[in-house]
Design a protein around this ligand. Structure first.
Ligand code: PDD
Length: 280
């Protein structure tokens, strides 16, 4: 199907016909979660890992998963196009309530929505990207892939307003992640990414990179990174399902190393590109 067809509560319909009630708790409270799964040539990439994270997000917001993973695959399959690289967006909200009340309503049916769009990716991989560091103003449950993204949006926009691709977030002097990405740095020859916890979203791309690094004898560790240490890094990358692995060549107007994507990025990016085609 083309990207114009979406799934809403059991039906497939044109995007322009997909409507929800203004009483939906996603609209009123941002009371819901989402997932973004890449699909390469019609194959959902690391589908089970995305399903695990979806389940985890739902558990943390005390919402029951409306479908098992076989049913999710069945729902998403008609949205896939074998000729495209797509990002598949799933959103589940607590549903439509009779009145606006913070408390969970009884017997409410979740709203389930899914759509696809083309992955455009980061187009300037040869030159790399610029980033800013900025105070992490988000809430305390960043491990939930919550649709409540106002802080992330404001942070990303500040980066864009300053001609940068991403905001690198800093909490108590330590780097957490990007506004919509995870962070890796090469410091003293070791590839480091902050550990999983409530401060970051456990990125599926992040896990793939760690696996590729371990399988290919690239020294790596999951460890805290201070902003001071980040400023000494020879390489910084930002990773996500839609932008893959972006090399950062400038942080807060300071050039990183020689200002070009580094050798470890080149190796990992090559491994990632090969892996994603071989292993849906
Ligand atoms: N975001 N951290 C945050 C805050 C994110 O929003 C994302 C991805 C990631 C990377 O996760 P993954 O590798 O599983 O895509 C980390 C998606 C792409 C989005 O919000 O559109």
């Amino acid at each position: 199907m083309d990207n114009n067809t979406v799934y809403l509560n059991g039906d497939y319909l044109p995007l322009s016909d997909a409507k929800i009630s203004v009483m939906d708790r996603g609209f009123l409270f941002g009371d819901g979660i989402y997932e973004v799964i890449p699909s390469y040539s019609g194959h959902l990439f690391h589908f089970e890992q995305h399903m695990e994270r979806l389940e985890n997000s739902l558990t943390l917001i005390r919402l029951e998963n409306p479908h098992d993973s076989a049913k999710w695959r069945e729902i998403l399959t008609p949205l896939l196009d074998a000729n495209l690289d797509q990002s598949i967006y799933i959103q589940i909200t607590r549903g439509v309530a009779a009145k606006r009340d913070h408390t969970f309503p009884a017997n409410i049916i979740p709203t389930v929505f899914a759509m696809s769009s083309n992955i455009v990716g980061f187009t300037d991989l040869e030159s790399g990207a610029k980033a800013i560091s900025i105070d992490d103003s988000r809430w305390g449950l960043c491990n939930v892939k919550a649709i409540t993204l106002l802080a992330n949006i404001l942070l990303r926009q500040q980066a864009v307003d300053r001609g940068c691709a991403e905001a690198i977030l800093v909490k108590d002097g330590y780097v957490t992640e990007g506004a919509a990405s995870n962070i890796f740095a090469v410091i003293d020859g070791i590839l480091i990414t902050p550990p999983k916890g409530r401060e970051i979203l456990a990125g599926v791309t992040r896990d793939v990179i760690l696996e590729l690094a371990r399988d290919n004898d690239i020294a790596c560790s999951e460890d805290i990174i201070s902003l001071d240490a980040l400023k000494t890094a020879s390489e910084i990358w930002l990773t996500s399902s839609t932008r893959e692995i972006i090399p950062v060549v400038q942080l807060d107007n300071e050039t990183i190393a020689n200002g070009k994507p580094g050798p470890v990025w080149k190796t990992i990016n090559h491994l990632f590109q090969t892996y994603k085609k071989s292993k849906p």
